[in-house]
Design a protein around this ligand. Structure first.
Ligand code: HEM
Length: 130
């Protein structure tokens, strides 16, 4: 059961970031596909499954955000990724800012993956601090 849910969480994580990269590319190319109905609905479905699977894993592990530092880091990282992603794909007024937010969102997502892999709240940032 745990491994199945973990596989769902991992698979939907790959789909989330692949879809985000595609939409980022469409944003840079100013493609009308960015406004397509499926582009605006499919990510929500995937992201809901992704988050639910993450929550189920935490419950099965009996480790929770705001009591276990690595899960706190994941939730805060996820929030930062959502804000940056929303600025990148629609809310930021200038294209240069949208591209900057897009790159920062990719960096944030990679950091959250490194937090997941190491189960450490600093993730790959620990290599910067030594
Ligand atoms: C951007 C957000 C997130 C990303 C990119 C992400 C990514 C991942 C990845 C790649 C794994 C598999 C790690 C491995 O193979 O050992 C994982 C595991 C896990 N994730 Fe997430 N996750 C995110 C958000 C969350 C959230 C919000 C929660 C719960 C509140 C969560 C809870 C967990 C748990 C409990 C595991 C199991 C770790 C293990 O068994 O070692 N994740 N996550």
């Amino acid at each position: 059961m745990y491994l199945t849910v973990k596989l769902i969480h991992q698979t939907t994580a790959v789909l989330t970031i692949s879809g985000f990269m595609l939409r980022g590319w469409w944003m840079i190319r100013e493609s009308p596909l960015l406004q397509h109905r499926l582009t605006r609905t499919l990510p929500h479905i995937n992201d809901t499954v992704f988050l639910l699977a993450g929550i189920m894993l935490a419950v099965m592990l009996r480790q929770y955000p705001f009591s276990h530092a690595w899960l706190t880091a994941k939730v805060l990282g996820l929030l930062a990724y959502i804000v940056l992603g929303s600025l990148a794909l629609k809310r930021a007024p200038r294209k240069s800012v949208r591209i900057g937010c897009f790159l920062l969102a990719l960096l944030t997502f990679s950091w959250v993956v490194s937090v997941a892999l190491t189960r450490s709240s600093s993730g790959f940032a620990q290599f910067l601090t030594g």
